[in-house]
Ligand binder design. Sequence first.
Ligand SMILES: [Zn+2]
Length: 210
Amino acid sequence: MFGPMMDEIADRFNQAASVARQNGFDFDYAGHPDAPGGVSIQSCADGRIAASASTSQVRISDGLLLLLAGSAEVRIATGGSGDEFNAKLDALIKTILEGSHDRSDPELSGDAMYLASSAVAFVVYHELGHTQMARLTAEAGDQTSVEMKADIFAVHAMKETGYDMSGVDLVFDALQRAVPSGSMNHPSTTERAEIALRAGRGETLDGFME
Ligand SMILES: [Zn+2]
C-alpha cells in the first residue's frame, strides 16, 4: 500500500513541478533521483517516528507511515472523537513506540486510504519543502521559521496536487500524542497546526518561498 501511495504523491508533485517550471520556478523533481535536480523519496525500515530531508533525499520511517495509516483507520472507524477514538489511538501509538506493532503493510478501507494519503502527502511535501528551500535559500533564518515555511510549502503543494487538507490535522494530532514534547527545532504542533490551517484557507503568509 505505501509503495503505490508514495509513487502517486511523487507523481502528482512532479506534474505540479513541471507546470511551475514552465512558469519560471526552478523546482526539483521528486522520486526521480536521476532527473536534473531530482530528489529521491524513500521509506526506511525504522521503527522510530521520523522524517528527514537532505538536498537530494527525503526519508520517512515506516514507524511514521504506520502511525499515519493506523490513525486514519481509527479516525474513520470511530468518527474521530470520543472515548473510543482516544483509547484506540493511544493503544496504537503505545505499540508503535514500544516497537511491538504489526509491521506488515496495512490494508485500509477506501475512506481511510484517502485520509492516510492526505496525511502522508503533507509529511512528504513538508520534507520536499526543506529540499527546495535548502537549494533556493540555503535554509536562511532560524530553524523555527524554516519549519513553518516547510509546513506552508506542504499545504500549498497539497492544493496544487489536489490532496484535500483532512490529513493535516491528523498529522499534528498523531505527532502531538506520540511525541508530546515536540521534536527538537520544530515549533509546537499547536502553533504549526494553526499556521497550516491559515495557509489552507488561502491566507497570504509572509515569507513563503522568498
Ligand atoms: Zn521539518
